[in-house]
Design a binder for this molecule. Structure first.
Ligand code: ATP
Ligand code: MG
Length: 266
């Protein structure tokens, strides 16, 4: 892989070298929107299991990158492969890719339907006609929402709070049994208890799949463990295992960001 020379990756300390084989690989991803360069030669990989945190200041390009990973933006340059398959030539097209790679967007978007129907929304017509109660309970439990909605599954989903709607979107993604999970600030609107439950669920899910979690909460990135990918201004600045990243950041930009929450990487 042609890693951007400005990116610092601690191969020797356990990001790539001791990790499992990579399941998702991004090589030299660039994206331009409205003639503005949004992503610049982004390269990294996600191991087959475990959580990776994607951090960086607002406007760094984190959400845009997740959109490229699911072809919601399709004008990106570079190569993305999942399970060794180029996402540009995914069997079954973008819909099949999005079943395999679940994305929970930054802004929750529930459908004008009941809570129950939202969870099963992405299933096939045949599956939706079957009784999906156990799947709905499992996914809502994994999304730390079951206790709050089990008595109102047939209420409209838009009667839920923003934080609950975000968890409902997670349950909806989980119902499709994705093999990779991309989460864009999944706990930004949650109280500490719900945040704790979601993190526990993510740790559990990550035993079997790679998870990439965008977060502004640096303590959360530490708790999630795994690798930390620090982006700024469309570039990857540093990647390291969480302990190394927070205890021994190599780059000046990283140290400044950890200390002051600002990055001057131009
Ligand atoms: N459709 C678009 N056209 C032009 N510029 C865009 C478009 N969408 C996003 N951008 C710009 O791309 C940059 C990266 O945006 P993005 O949403 O990916 O950042 P982010 O790292 O997710 O930020 P935040 O932490 O605030 O969510 C920003 O400068 C944004 O203004
Ligand atoms: Mg964002």
């Amino acid at each position: 892989m042609n890693i951007n020379t400005n990116t610092h990756i601690k191969e020797e300390k356990g990001v790539e070298s001791c990790a499992l084989p990579s399941y998702v690989r991004l090589e030299n991803i660039s994206l331009t929107l409205s003639e503005k360069s949004i992503l610049k030669d982004v390269s990294f990989s996600l191991p087959a299991t475990g959580i990776s945190s994607l951090i960086g200041p607002s406007g760094a390009g984190k959400s845009s990158l997740l959109r490229c990973l699911t072809n919601l933006y399709d004008n990106w340059q570079g190569t993305i492969s999942v399970a060794g398959i180029n996402t540009r030539s995914w069997h079954g097209g973008d819909d099949a890719l999005r079943r395999h790679v679940g994305l929970i967007a930054q802004k929750p978007a529930v459908f004008p339907a009941s809570i129950y129907d939202n969870v099963i929304f992405g299933l096939s017509r045949k599956e939706r006609k079957q009784n999906q109660s156990s799947r709905v309970e499992r996914c809502l439990t994994q999304a730390a929402l079951w206790d709050e909605v089990q008595d109102r599954l047939h209420d409209p989903a838009n009667t839920l709070s923003v934080g609950q709607q975000q968890r409902l979107c997670l349950a909806r993604a989980l119902a499709l049994e994705p093999k990779v999970l991309l989460l864009d600030e999944p706990t930004a609107s949650l109280d500490p208890r719900s945040k704790q439950l979601i993190e526990a669920s993510l740790h559990d899910l990550a035993k079997d799949m790679p998870i990439l979690c965008v977060t502004h909460d640096l303590e959360q990135a530490q708790r999630l463990q795994g690798q930390v990918i620090f982006m700024c201004d469309g570039k990857v600045i540093e990647i390291a295992a969480a302990n190394d990243f927070f205890e021994h950041p190599e780059r000046l930009e990283t140290r400044e960001f950890l200390r002051w929450s600002v990055c001057d990487c131009d």
